[in-house]
Design a protein around this ligand. Structure first.
Ligand code: GLN
Length: 316
């Protein structure tokens, strides 16, 4: 199938709505300045064919989409031990909610809410070795390891937006609370400050739709690396499980509705990006900064609905 006309049609259909509805995330000051009328879409098939339209090559703050990649690192290095610290159930609450952590003794519901991703960041610091959390800015072994992975998967150098990371560190009071709360239950092994520094940096990764569609393509290829002939990124079983978590938990409290209206595993971020997977077919990334009330990109979800309506692709 030639997907280029499909993406062009989606851009043409949605263009009158660019920047018209929803609100750009303002609670992270550096994100509030992103132009609301940006819109990009890109896909990569399992065979490596690519198509893109709009601002597909413009880098943006991937925010919670990073949770997908840090989970990948933790799963492939830790196996089932990971699930002693983190659950696999939808939370039914906003992504930054504190309420469940108290009654569930500091064990986050899933790796895609903020508490879960902070717990995964703690695992990554431990996996990168002693002292991995130390180092200012983009330095530090765990941060360097994540950059190396993202650059390898995207096939080009990827960087952190240090201004966004600093902006989050200055205003991320809820994340500070979540991390301290987990620490009080003995559920974080590393220093709270080092864990948060890792988490704020992963959220501040800057990537374009094209780069994200490439980097996530192991998820439609049973874990195979995006480049031919390279060692697998995950096993086929792990890739299927990550897709399952994306479907049930990847769009926060909207996951039920997204499964109903789109029917694809998705992971969103408050930067306005959404990565979607059609197993055995393709990965897709759409970006439009204004968000709906659930914190998902409003036009991003509309674009995915148009894409499945037009192509008939769905996991159901
Ligand atoms: N950095 C954001 C936060 O911690 C990520 C949230 C998101 O993208 N949903 O609040």
């Amino acid at each position: 199938m030639n997907f280029q006309p499909v993406l062009d049609e989606i851009v043409a259909t949605l263009r009158p709505q660019f920047g018209a509805a929803g609100t750009v995330a303002r609670y992270i000051p550096a994100l509030a300045r992103v132009p609301a009328e940006r819109f990009g879409i890109a896909l990569r098939t399992c065979e490596g064919a690519e198509a893109c339209a709009g601002d597909a090559a413009v880098p943006f703050s991937i925010q919670s989409i990073s949770k997908l990649f840090t989970l990948t690192v933790a799963m492939r290095n830790m196996g089932d031990d990971l699930w002693q610290r983190i659950g696999r159930e939808p939370s039914g609450n906003p992504f930054n909610s504190l309420v469940q952590l108290e009654s569930e003794q500091g064990k986050p519901r899933n790796p895609f809410i903020n508490a879960g991703a902070i717990a995964v960041a703690d695992r990554l610091l431990s996996l990168s070795g002693p002292g991995a959390g130390h180092g200012a800015g983009s330095d530090g072994k765990a941060k360097a390891d994540l950059l190396a992975l993202m650059s390898d998967l995207a096939g080009e150098p990827i960087g952190y937006d240090d201004e966004v990371a600093a902006s989050e560190a200055a205003t991320g009071f809820r994340n500070v609370a979540l991390a301290n709360f987990m620490k009080s239950f003995g559920k974080l092994d590393n220093d709270v400050a080092a864990v948060l520094d890792m988490y704020f940096h992963q959220c501040a990764l800057r990537m374009s739709c094209v780069q994200l569609a490439r980097a996530a393509s192991f998820l439609c290829r049973d874990g195979e690396h995006p480049a031919e002939g390279r060692q697998e990124v995950t096993t086929a079983r792990q890739a299927r499980r990550i897709n399952a978590l994306m479907l049930t938990c990847g769009t926060y409290d909207a996951a039920g509705d997204v499964a109903f209206s789109i029917g694809l595993p998705c992971k969103s971020g408050v930067g306005g990006g959404i990565v979607a997977v059609v197993p055995d077919k393709l990965t897709l990334c759409v970006w439009s900064p204004p968000l709906d009330a659930t914190g998902n990109s409003l036009l991003g979800l509309k674009a995915l609905e148009l894409f499945v309506a037009r192509t008939g692709l769905s996991v159901f």
